[in-house]
Design a protein around this ligand. Structure first.
Ligand SMILES: NC(=O)c1ccc[n+]([C@@H]2O[C@H](COP(=O)([O-])OP(=O)(O)OC[C@H]3O[C@@H](n4cnc5c(N)ncnc54)[C@H](O)[C@@H]3O)[C@@H](O)[C@H]2O)c1
Length: 253
């Protein structure tokens, strides 16, 4: 599918992986809407690139609809990328004091990291379904999981459960949307040095770098964005989860 001339929504587009994707799709000629909660960064991208920023909570129907409507008004909406983050709770299933892992924290993590992705997936699919087909296809939806979906580490149970849900939605969504010519692909990143880690980024680089088979470093947001571009352009990629991890397999901790 050709990126140039299409309109695209990037949920979490003001974050590390999202911003790199916004820049990549914009450079390839898409009209991009940044859908995020980070007003300052979103508006800065608007100023710098001429993209549009719509304040969006991925878990809100109204917010996501508004971001999609903005994208539809700019041109045929064919690309939705979801790379939003948010709060995740964790801890051992049974703590040292014998207490069970917090239920409210589990629910919040599932809400942000699984329900939010589902919300974007369903609303983006309905919006892309309204577009005229181009060479038989209408568009593509990219979601973001994590290798924690497969190798959740100690203390990561809620996050791993949410990401596992994102992985499991991928094939079924691709099957559901196949009559509409809409592809669904998920990226499962390993460790990427993004603002999500704040000041701990350098320490994490020193910790993870040597553990990654090759290349011996954390991933670069531009590498994630490069994969998004390939997924959009390669019509035969569908219903798949692509690990992007330098062959890293998370150890138990
Ligand atoms: N960075 C990594 O190593 C890594 C590894 C595996 C998976 N991931 C996944 O990739 C995604 C992006 O990660 P990142 O490192 O770019 O994070 P990030 O913190 O740099 O960016 C996340 C963005 O999402 C926005 N956001 C937070 N809550 C939101 C909401 N409810 N609705 C819309 N936007 C919201 C934030 O404002 C921020 O701009 C996350 O889902 C994360 O779990 C990241």
């Amino acid at each position: 599918m050709q990126i140039s001339g299409s309109s695209a929504v990037v949920v979490g587009g003001a974050g590390g992986l999202g911003e790199a994707t916004v820049r990549r799709l914009h450079a390839a000629g898409a009209k991009v809407v940044v859908a995020d909660l980070a007003d300052e960064k979103g508006k800065a991208l608007e100023q710098e690139l001429g993209v549009r920023y719509v304040r969006t909570d991925a878990t809100s129907e109204d917010d996501v609809q508004a971001a999609l409507a903005e994208a539809e008004s700019a041109g045929p909406l064919r690309i939705s990328v979801d790379a939003h983050g948010g709060p995740a709770s964790g801890g051992r299933l049974v703590g040292k004091d014998g207490s069970p892992l917090d239920l409210a924290g589990f629910r919040t993590t599932i809400d942000v990291y699984l329900t939010g992705v589902f919300n974007v997936l369903r609303l983006a699919a309905a919006a892309i379904a309204r577009q005229e087909p181009l060479d038989g296809g209408r568009g593509v939806i990219v979601s973001t999981a994590s290798i924690a979906a497969y190798e959740g580490q100690i203390g990561q149970l809620p996050y791993a459960a949410a990401k596992g849900g994102v992985v499991s939605m991928t094939l079924v969504a691709a099957r559901d949307l196949s009559p509409l010519g809409i592809r669904v692909v998920t990226i499962a990143p390993g460790t990427f040095n993004t603002p999500a880690y704040g000041k701990a980024g350098d320490q994490l680089e020193a910790y993870w770098g040597p553990q990654i088979p090759y290349p011996k470093r954390m991933g670069l947001p531009a590498e994630y964005a490069g994969l998004v571009q390939h997924i959009v352009e390669n019509d035969y990629l569908n219903g798949e989860v692509v690990r992007l991890d330098g062959a890293l397999r998370f150890p138990p901790k």
